[in-house]
Design a protein. Structure first.
Ligand code: ADP
Length: 721
C-alpha cells in the first residue's frame, strides 16, 4: 500500500503539503526530508502519514530522508500550537525550530601520529619530534613542531618519509553528562525553603508552574540550580532548558552551571557559531545534551525529554519577539511545559503583572525571597527632583549625582550610570530652519552616534554620515545635538572625572557574546570606575564593588504612555538600581526625575513593589486590560496610502461580531511610515473567556490583502507603535 506524507515546510504557507512516500523509504512522523517545491528542494518535516496515492492528481515523491535526528512528536505539537496561538502559519515556528538542524558541522581536525616506521636518517631534531609525537596528544603539524622546538620542515620531512602520518579526527560531538555528585552552595533558610518547595513540585511530576519571586541578589539562581539538580538526578534522561533575556547574561549563567555540574551546558543564541548550533541541536534531539542555556528561540529546540523549563528574568520585554514570527517566549514556555508535562519556573525580582496575577489566583505556586543573601542589603533609593536641582545647561548629571559619584570614586568603588538610550543624542536639528533629521523612508528621528560619526535610524538600521550643512536649508554649522545618549553622558563623566576609568556598555559597544563577557569581566574585576550603560547592563549582573547607580533619566520609559509603560519603567529601574550594593558594602541609587510624585518613583523609594503592583492591577482590571482581558493588534502596511486606506476600511467592515470583543481602529500607527511603507493599526480587546486567537484567525480568513499590503497580527502586543 502506498502512503502519503504530509510535509511541513519552514515557510509562510498555510498548511503542510502532501507528497508520495517512495517505495522502501519507510518514513516516520518527525523525519526530516528533502521535498521538491517548484524547481527547488526544500528541507521539511513529516507531520503525518496516511495510506493513499493522492487520487487522480499524482503526488510528487519525497526526494530523500535527511541524516539528522527526527523532530519528537511534542516538538511538532508545540510548533502547531504556537502557530495557532500567534495566528501565523506553522511553517514560521518550524523555521525557527530547524535553525541549526542543517548548520555546517564542525570540520574534522588533522592530527599527526607516529606510524612506528623509522625514518631513513635520524637527527636529534627528528628524534625529538618522534618522541613528542609518541607521547600523544593529538597535535596538528604546527603544534607538534612547536612542542618539539623544531621547524615545520622537520615534521613535513618525517611525514614524507612515512614515519609520521596525518589522520583526520572527527570532533567529539557528545555532551558529557552532568556531574551530580558535586555539592551546591549551602542555601540560607529562605532559599532552602523555596528550593524544597520547587523540588516537591517537580517530584509530583507533570505540568506545574512556579513563580520564583525574589528581590535582586536574593539568590534565585542558586535556588533554581537546586531544582535543576533534582530533575537531572531523578531521571537520567531528563533535560532542562534555561531561558535568559540577554546574551550578555548567558556567559555568567553558563559559568555558574559549569561550576555546579562540571560540564558546559549547551549554549543557544544568535551568536552561536553554526557547528556548535548543529551540535547542540542534535544533542538536544538525541537526549545527549541535558542542559541548555539560551535565548528565547531555544524554546523551539527538539528536546527528547524536557522535564523543566526555567525562564529567568521572566518580566523582561525582550522575551517578546516582534518581527517575523511574533511570540512571547514566557507564555510559550508555559505552553511547552504543558505539552511536555514538564515543570516551569518563572524567576524575577519584578514579575510581570500577568505572572503575579496567576500567582495570586493560585494557578502558579508563589515562592518569595524577600531579602538579599548574606550581609548584602538592598540599596537605599533617593530621588533627585530635576525641577529643583537641574544640571547645568547642556549637561545631564545634576549636582547631587555628581557629588555622589565623586564620593564613590574617592572610596575606590564603582558607579553605574544608567540611561536607556544608545548613541550620543536622540535628535539632531537645524537651529537655522528647525529641520529635524529623519530617515528618508521612515518617520523616526535619526540618532547621532559620535563614535562612528553617523546618524542612525534605530528602527531600520539606516545610517548616513553626519552632514556638514543642513540638508534642508543649506546653513553651515547649524546642526545641533539635542538630548543625551550614553555616549554623551560618557563625555560628561570624562570631563568631570578625568582620572576615572570609564566605559560604555550598550549594543553598539558590545557586538557579540565575547565582547559582552569582556566588559562584564572588566567590571567585575574592578577595572572600570564608571560604567555608562543601557539596559544591556542593568539586568542580572553581580558587580561586587558597584555601590552607586545613577539613573540619568528615570522618566524616559513613562513618556510613551502605553499599557505597560509604568510596569516596564518600574521593572527596569528596580533592576538597574538593584545592581548596587551586592556585597558587604551598602549601595545606593539616585534617580533623576521631573516627576518625583509619580507612583513608580514613590514605589521605588519606598521599596514597596506590592503597593505599586496592586494599584496597577486594579487599574488594569477596571479597564479590562491584560491580565484581566486580552489584546491583539493588527498592523497593515503598504507603499500606497490610498490603497492601504481602502484596504483597512474593508477590513474593518468584515470584522466578525462576537460577544466580549471590541475592535478599535483603523487608526494611523504612531510610526506612520517605516521603510517606505505606510502603517495603520487596529487594536482588539477581548474578555479573558474569549479565544482571541480563533477570533483573529476568523477575521484574517475574511480578508485577502492585495499583493503590496502586508497584515501582521500581534496577539498580546507589547509595542503599540
Ligand atoms: P538573583 O538571581 O536573585 O539576583 P543570585 O542567585 O545571582 O541572585 O545571587 C546573588 C549573589 O549571591 C551571587 O553572587 C551568588 O553567588 C550569591 N549567593 C546567593 N546565594 C548564595 C548562597 N546560598 N551561598 C553562597 N553565595 C550565594
Amino acid at each position: 500500500m502506498s502512503r502519503i506524507a504530509s510535509i511541513l515546510l519552514p515557510m509562510p504557507l498555510p498548511e503542510a503539503f502532501d507528497y508520495a512516500e517512495p517505495e522502501g523509504m519507510e518514513l516516520n512522523v518527525g523525519d526530516q526530508v528533502a521535498a521538491p517545491l517548484g524547481p527547488r528542494l526544500i528541507h521539511g518535516v513529516v507531520t503525518a502519514l496516511r495510506d493513499g496515492t493522492g487520487g487522480n492528481r499524482p503526488l510528487k515523491p519525497v526526494e530523500a530522508r535527511l541524516e539528522s535526528p527526527p523532530l519528537p512528536p511534542n516538538a511538532i505539537e508545540f510548533i502547531q500550537w504556537a502557530a495557532r496561538y500567534s495566528v501565523d502559519w506553522p511553517g514560521q515556528p518550524l523555521a525557527i525550530a530547524l535553525r541549526g538542524a542543517r548548520a555546517a558541522r564542525e570540520k574534522p581536525t588533522r592530527v599527526i601520529e607516529a606510524t612506528g616506521t623509522a625514518p631513513a636518517r635520524m637527527t636529534p631534531a627528528r628524534a625529538k619530534v618522534l618522541e613528542t609525537a609518541a607521547a600523544g596528544g593529538h597535535m596538528s603539524g604546527a603544534d607538534l613542531a612547536r612542542a618539539a622546538g623544531v621547524s615545520a620542515g622537520v615534521v613535513k620531512g618525517l611525514v614524507d618519509e612515512g614515519a609520521l602520518a596525518v589522520r583526520l579526527v572527527e570532533p567529539d560531538q557528545r555532551f558529557a553528562p552532568p556531574d551530580l555528585e558535586r555539592p551546591g552552595h549551602g542555601l540560607n533558610p529562605s532559599q532552602a525553603a523555596a528550593a524544597d518547595a520547587l523540588k516537591a513540585m517537580l517530584a509530583e511530576g507533570g505540568f506545574n508552574v512556579a513563580l520564583l519571586d525574589g528581590v535582586t541578589g536574593s539568590g534565585k539562581t542558586e535556588v533554581y540550580l537546586e531544582a535543576v539538580h533534582a530533575v537531572l538526578a531523578a531521571d537520567p534522561a531528563a533535560q532542562v532548558l534555561v531561558l535568559l533575556p540577554e546574551i550578555a547574561l548567558t556567559q555568567a549563567v553558563i559559568a555558574r552551571f559549569e561550576a555546579r555540574f562540571g560540564v558546559r551546558p549547551g549554549e543557544w543564541h544568535s551568536d552561536v557559531a553554526p557547528p556548535l548550533r548543529r551540535r547542540v541541536w542534535e544533542g538536544v534531539a538525541t537526549g545527549d545534551c541535558r542542559i541548555v542555556v539560551g535565548a528565547r528561540s531555544a524554546l523551539f529546540l527538539p528536546f527528547a525529554k524536557l522535564a523543566l523549563i526555567v525562564v529567568d528574568e521572566e518580566h523582561d520585554s525582550s522575551y517578546k519577539q516582534e518581527d517575523g514570527f511574533i511570540y512571547q517566549a514566557r507564555d510559550l514556555a508555559v505552553a511547552r511545559g504543558k505539552i511536555e508535562g514538564a515543570g516551569v519556573v518563572l524567576a524575577s525580582a519584578t514579575p510581570s503583572l500577568e505572572s503575579l496575577r496567576n500567582a495570586e489566583t493560585g494557578r502558579y505556586r508563589w515562592l518569595r525571597l524577600s531579602a538579599r543573601h548574606g550581609t548584602a542589603r538592598l540599596p537605599d533609593i533617593g530621588l533627585i527632583d530635576l525641577r529643583e536641582t537641574p544640571p547645568e545647561r547642556g549637561r545631564w548629571l545634576s549636582p547631587a549625582l555628581v557629588t555622589a559619584m565623586g564620593e564613590t570614586f574617592a572610596a575606590g568603588e564603582q558607579t553605574l550610570l544608567f540611561l536607556n538610550r544608545r548613541g550620543y543624542a536622540p535628535l539632531v536639528l537645524c537651529k537655522a530652519c528647525g529641520e529635524r533629521m529623519t530617515a528618508p523612508d521612515t518617520e523616526s528621528w535619526l540618532v547621532e552616534h559620535r563614535y562612528s560619526g553617523r546618524l542612525v535610524c534605530h528602527l531600520t538600521g539606516f545610517s548616513m554620515p553626519k552632514p556638514e550643512k543642513c540638508p534642508h536649508c543649506g546653513a553651515a554649522e547649524s546642526l545641533v545635538s539635542i538630548g543625551p545618549g550614553v555616549e554623551r553622558v560618557e563625555e560628561e563623566a570624562r570631563a568631570l572625572f578625568p582620572q576615572a576609568r570609564i566605559a560604555v556598555f550598550s549594543s553598539d559597544t558590545m557586538w557579540d557574546a565575547r565582547e559582552a563577557r569582556r566588559l562584564v569581566e572588566a567590571m567585575e574585576e574592578g577595572e572600570i570606575d564608571i560604567l555608562v550603560a543601557t539596559q544591556a547592563a542593568a539586568k542580572g549582573h553581580n558587580f561586587p564593588n558597584l555601590t552607586l547607580v545613577g539613573v540619568v533619566d528615570a522618566d524616559l520609559g513613562l513618556r510613551g504612555g502605553d499599557l505597560r509603560a509604568a510596569e516596564r519603567t518600574y521593572q527596569l529601574l528596580a533592576q538597574a538600581t538593584g545592581r548596587a550594593g551586592r556585597k558587604e558594602r551598602p549601595g545606593r541609587a539616585l534617580l533623576q526625575t521631573y516627576a518625583p510624585e509619580h507612583a513608580v518613583m514613590q514605589a521605588l523609594v519606598a521599596q514597596d513593589r506590592d503597593a505599586f503592583t496592586s494599584a496597577e492591577l486594579a487599574e488594569r482590571e477596571l479597564a479590562g486590560l491584560p491580565p484581566f482581558g486580552r489584546l491583539a493588534a493588527v498592523v497593515a502596511s503598504g507603499p500606497d496610502a490610498a490603497q492601504l486606506e481602502d484596504f483597512v476600511r474593508k477590513m474593518a467592515e468584515v470584522a466578525p461580531n462576537a460577544d466580549g470583543v471590541q475592535v478599535y481602529g483603523p487608526a494611523d500607527a504612531p510610526l506612520g511610515l517605516v521603510r517606505g511603507r505606510r502603517r495603520k493599526r487596529f487594536l482588539v480587546r477581548a474578555d479573558r473567556t474569549v479565544d482571541l486567537s480563533a477570533y483573529m484567525a476568523a477575521w484574517r480568513a475574511r480578508v485577502r490583502p492585495p499583493g503590496a499590503i502586508r497584515v501582521a497580527i500581534d496577539v498580546d502586543p507589547y509595542s503599540f507603535l
